[in-house]
Write a protein that binds this ligand. Structure first.
Ligand SMILES: Nc1ncnc2c1ncn2[C@@H]1O[C@H](COP(=O)(O)OP(=O)(O)OP(=O)(O)O)[C@@H](O)[C@H]1O
Ligand SMILES: [Mg+2]
Length: 277
C-alpha cells in the first residue's frame, strides 16, 4: 500500500479533491484549526456526504460535531504542552534538581497516572485555559494577516518551539465503510484527572433528557454549574447525533491513554440518507 499513498498539503487537497475522493480512506495530519484548515475540512466533508448520498441537512450536524472534536484535540495538545512546561519549570525551580533529572522526573510523573493527576493541582487550570485561548486567538489573527505586537509574535514563536519539542500531533481519519461513515480524531495528549468520568456522567444525564425527548434542555443555564470541565463541547457532539435521530452513546466513543486521546464518530449511512428528521 505504502507507495500508493499520495500526500497533499493545504490547498493542494482542494486542487486534487476529485482524485482524492476516488478512495474510501482519507488521512489528514493537522497542525491547528485555523480558518483555511476548517474550510478545507468542510469542503472534503461536503464532498464525502454528497458521495454517500446524504441528506444535505445532515452536514451541519456532522461538521459542527467534527469541529468540536478537532478543537478539543487542538486545545488538548496545547494544554498538555503548557502543563508539561509549567511542571518542568516547577521541578527545576524547586531547587536541587538538575536539568536532566528534572526531565526524567517529569517523564515519570507523566507515566504514573495518580502522580500526574496530583500534579494538576499545582498547575492552575484557569491560567492554562487563558493561555490556550490566547494562543488560539493569536494564531487565528496571524493567519488572517492581522497586525500582532512584537511581544505576541515572540510568544507565539516560543509556543511553536515547545509544541515542536513535545512533538504532539493531531490526525483525522475518515473512512467510507459499507454501512457507516467512520471518523477518528486522535491527538497526542491524555484526558486528564477526573475529566473522563465527569464527561461520562454528564453524557449519561444528557441521554436521560434525550429519552424524554428534551435533549436540548441540557444546555439550559441551570445545568451549567455542575459541569466544570465536562463542558459543552462533547455535549454539542452528542446533540448533533440526537438531532440526526441517532444514539450518541452507540455512535460516539472517547478513549484515552497516557499518551493519546481518540474520538470515534460513526454515522450509519442509511441514517445520513434519511429525508426527514
Ligand atoms: N481530545 C482531547 N484531548 C485532551 N483532553 C480532552 C480532549 N477532549 C476533551 N478533553 C478534556 O475534556 C474536557 C471536556 O471537553 P468538552 O469539549 O466537553 O468541554 P469544553 O467546555 O468545551 O472544554 P474545553 O473548552 O476545555 O474544550 C476538556 O475541558 C478537556 O479537559
Ligand atoms: Mg471543547
Amino acid at each position: 500500500m505504502g507507495n500508493e499513498k499520495i500526500k497533499y498539503k493545504g490547498q493542494e487537497i482542494i486542487e486534487n479533491l476529485d482524485s482524492i475522493l476516488k478512495s474510501d480512506h482519507f488521512h489528514f495530519e493537522l497542525k491547528g484549526l485555523t480558518k483555511p484548515t476548517r474550510d478545507i475540512i468542510n469542503e472534503v466533508v461536503q464532498r464525502i456526504l454528497d458521495r454517500v448520498g446524504a441528506n444535505p441537512l445532515t452536514s451541519f450536524h456532522l461538521f459542527s460535531g467534527l469541529m468540536e472534536a478537532l478543537l478539543n484535540a487542538v486545545k488538548g495538545n496545547i494544554r498538555f504542552v503548557i502543563f508539561q512546561d509549567e511542571l518542568l519549570s516547577k521541578l527545576k525551580g524547586a531547587g536541587q534538581t538538575p536539568e536532566e533529572e528534572a526531565e526524567e522526573l517529569l517523564n515519570t510523573i507523566l507515566q504514573t497516572e495518580p502522580l500526574r493527576d496530583a500534579m494538576q493541582r499545582y498547575i492552575v487550570p484557569d491560567k492554562i485555559k487563558k493561555t490556550v485561548q490566547k494562543i488560539l486567538t493569536l494564531t487565528d489573527k496571524r493567519k488572517s494577516k492581522k497586525q500582532l505586537t512584537e511581544n505576541d509574535l515572540e510568544f507565539l514563536d516560543l509556543v511553536r518551539e515547545k509544541v515542536k519539542k513535545y512533538d504532539l500531533r493531531i490526525s483525522l481519519k475518515i473512512e467510507i465503510r459499507p454501512t457507516t461513515l467512520y471518523i477518528r480524531i486522535r491527538n497526542d495528549s491524555p484526558i486528564m484527572g477526573m475529566d473522563l468520568s465527569r464527561i461520562q456522567k454528564s453524557r449519561g444525564r444528557h441521554a436521560e433528557l434525550a429519552k424524554e425527548g428534551k435533549s436540548a434542555e441540557f444546555f439550559r443555564p441551570d445545568f451549567l454549574d455542575e459541569k466544570e470541565s465536562a463542558g459543552f463541547g462533547i455535549a454539542m457532539i452528542d446533540e448533533g447525533f440526537y438531532n440526526l435521530a441517532l444514539d450518541p452513546l452507540d455512535c460516539f466513543d472517547i478513549q484515552t491513554s497516557k499518551h493519546a486521546t481518540s474520538v470515534y464518530l460513526n454515522y450509519p449511512i442509511d441514517a445520513l440518507q434519511r429525508m426527514e428528521f
